[in-house]
Design a protein around this ligand. Structure first.
Ligand code: DAH
Length: 337
């Protein structure tokens, strides 16, 4: 049995050494260590071995098994290392990598960030509110009674529970005055929704930017100065303005702002870009009633508000002929910004 074991050891080690790939190595493992393998066969002979010889032969058997096992593992590691080396041999690690094309911020987002930055310099803080709103925040509190045409079902998206998708960001004026007290100076960009027929100048969802300033002694001059400063930062110092009397339920007096600027292509044409006005005292009274205090005492406080569409502004600034380009998600369009 000694001879058999020693012969098996040399044969197995030689076979393992000669195995040049993993499959051959696995064959060797099965042949020598497998359940029906050579070592198992020899170990069956232990039954006939004398009691005195058993411990010594048992130890030899384990030695041989151990030696073959270690040789198999070593060889396996060596083969794997060789395969790795071969795989890396043809790689030129000095070649430049495959570059990912970096995206940019959406043009509306870029304009929004820029606009918020300008207002921040004037001390306006960022505020926001939910897109799904109550009629109270979208209309009633903004002095827009139930029979006002803006509340028509055809103009707005109503949810079954009576809430609606806000038709303007003016709702954030109300959201802010519910929880803050004067002085208030906020800017609120966000989505607005209307049940409009979609065409080159209308989307069912668009982006607005709202502003509200409430304090003692705020007047029309402050409103004009603030908006003119903002739009000059955006369009250049040569911009000309026209504050045209208009009507909004929540401001009195109200204006539409027209601008003329060479930066906007048509240097001699007035373009309407914003709505604004002095906060109607009825809005302050609605807030006081809601809050149950006199935080917005109309005898003490005045304010101005304004709102404009960022999509429209971006279209004018970049000469984009169709608002739908902003939502088509076409790389050829977006990559230009
Ligand atoms: N909410 C108005 C709209 O969507 C825009 C607007 C006009 C906002 C006058 C204002 C404002 O804050 O004072 O058409």
């Amino acid at each position: 049995m000694d001879d058999q074991l020693e012969a098996l050891r040399s044969e197995a080690l030689a076979a393992i050494d000669a195995a040049s790939e993993e499959a051959a190595l696995e064959q060797a493992r099965i042949k020598y260590l497998g359940q029906a393998g050579a070592l198992t066969a020899i170990s069956k002979g232990m039954r006939d071995v004398s009691k005195e010889e058993k411990p010594r032969l048992g130890k030899l058997l384990n030695d041989v098994r151990g030696a073959i096992t270690v040789a198999l593992e070593d060889r396996k590691r060596a083969l794997a290392a060789r395969a790795d080396a071969a795989a890396f041999a043809n790689i030129d690690v000095t070649l430049p990598g495959a570059a990912h094309r970096l995206g940019t911020l959406h043009p509306i987002t870029q304009l929004l960030d820029h606009a918020v930055g300008i207002f921040r310099r004037m001390g306006f803080a960022f505020a926001d509110g939910p897109d799904i709103e109550t009629e109270f925040h979208c209309f009633d509190a903004l002095n827009t009674p139930a029979d006002h045409p803006a509340r028509n079902e055809q103009d707005t998206f109503y949810l079954p529970d009576g809430r609606l998708l806000r038709t303007h960001t003016s709702t954030v004026q109300i959201r802010t005055m519910e929880k803050e007290t004067p002085p208030i100076r906020i800017i609120a960009p966000g989505a607005a929704y209307r049940r409009d027929e979609i065409d080159a100048t209308h989307l069912a969802q668009f982006t607005q930017m709202e502003g509200l300033y409430v304090d003692e002694g705020v007047n029309l001059g402050d409103l004009k100065g603030t908006l003119e400063f903002f739009f000059r930062e955006l369009f250049g110092k040569d911009a000309k303005f026209r504050f045209r009397p208009h009507f909004f339920p929540f401001t009195e007096p109200s204006f539409e702002v027209d601008i003329k600027s060479t930066a906007l292509g048509a240097a001699d044409k007035w373009l309407e870009i914003a709505g604004c006005g002095m906060v109607d005292p009825a809005v302050f009274e609605a807030m006081n009633a809601r809050r149950g205090d006199l935080a917005f005492d109309p005898e003490r406080y005045t304010g101005f508000a304004f709102g404009f569409g960022l999509d429209r502004l971006a279209m004018i600034m970049a000469g984009v002929p169709d608002i739908r380009y902003f939502t088509d998600n076409d790389q050829r369009f977006l990559a230009q910004f």
